[in-house]
Ligand binder design. Sequence first.
Ligand code: DSN
Length: 428
Amino acid sequence: MSSPFDAFITNDDEIVDLLAQEWTRQTSTLQLIASENFASPAVMAATGSILTNKYAEGYPGRRYYGGNQVVDEIEDLARRRLIGLFGADHANVQSHSGANANVAVYQALLQPGDTVLAMRLDQGGHLTHGSPASMTSKAWNFVSYGVTPRNDDPATPGEMIDFDNVRAMALEHRPKLIVAGATAYARRIDPAPFREIADEVGAMLMFDSAHVAGLIAGGSHPNPVPYADVVTFTTHKTLRGPRGGAILCRSDYAKAIDMAVFPGQQGGPLEHAIAAKAVAFKEASLPSFSVYTDQIVANAKAFGAALAEEGFRMVSGGTENHMVLLDLREFDAELTGKVAQEVLDRAGITTNRNTIPDDPRSPFITSGLRVGTAAETTAGLKQDEFALVAALMARALRGREDDVVIAQVRAEVGELCSTFNPYVTFTK
Ligand code: DSN
């Protein structure tokens, strides 16, 4: 079957063919990558709109090119809708990605060499939180905090953000900026203790809400805007918009943030993506979006519980957001994240390997697997279906040497996907 969205590409057989292949992949396999989602046809239509043809360097009312009367209204609408969704004094919707948004904030608020305290990548943080592989660690002096040690007592689970460590590091290093937020952390991140620690040491606070932005918009997670000086996020994860980033900040920082994004970091903004962001912000303001985000969280809980029943260990013993971070070693000491990801790919279940706290294996191999429920919740899966997916994952991984087992799981995945097609769900 070919996608209805490629009907306009009539003169490029190679791309039409590849789009058809990707349509088949997306609609016949399960998408469990925690940072992915299915944007609505309205979001995709805006992304593919005539706005891709317009140059608009600058900001509404202050452009370096003519002909931006309509574009100004579009970008203003996106900014107003974003502020309406989360609060905040000022919005910048031009960042091409979450990574760009983070770097723009550092550029706006810091001098080269200033100290920043953020979560370490191998404890759940992001590359732009000062990983040695990222330019952020070369331009600024990052020091890091992590999670508490593993504790298998469900009453006092470990592997949670270690606020004693955050405070101790802040007191020792006196950072100019503290970064809250993570990419591989299944627990709710409370912004209040971060604000307290930032105030104690006179630091600014940035909350990177890339993963949970949709959960915040839907009211399923606490809003960091009242606590943080700056909030960054991506628009394409739980927020279910086009690929991109955005920044919210207090008015004191508005000018510096805008200058850092353009002309500091980027050239012409992607106004087609900005129009699509505006569409997504409107969708996220509807009551049905809260129902959706509550379902994401309920699905993750059910998914985690079913995976635990199958013998997987959930890092931190549970989940409170859209993701489950699995330690594979309890399930099978020999099974690496890399192999698990490859086996599940063969079975039609798309995941990503991930390091877990204190992982003895390299980031390329890993002992962990990260799964998320945002995309397949969009497709309509509920708790019972996620329990079935957990069983299918366990079967595929136990039978990974047996092609017949993999083929059987692949067939059952295909059956599930034929009932829950995200693109059909949207048009119902
Ligand atoms: N790549 C994103 C994720 O998967 O979490 C972070 O940038």
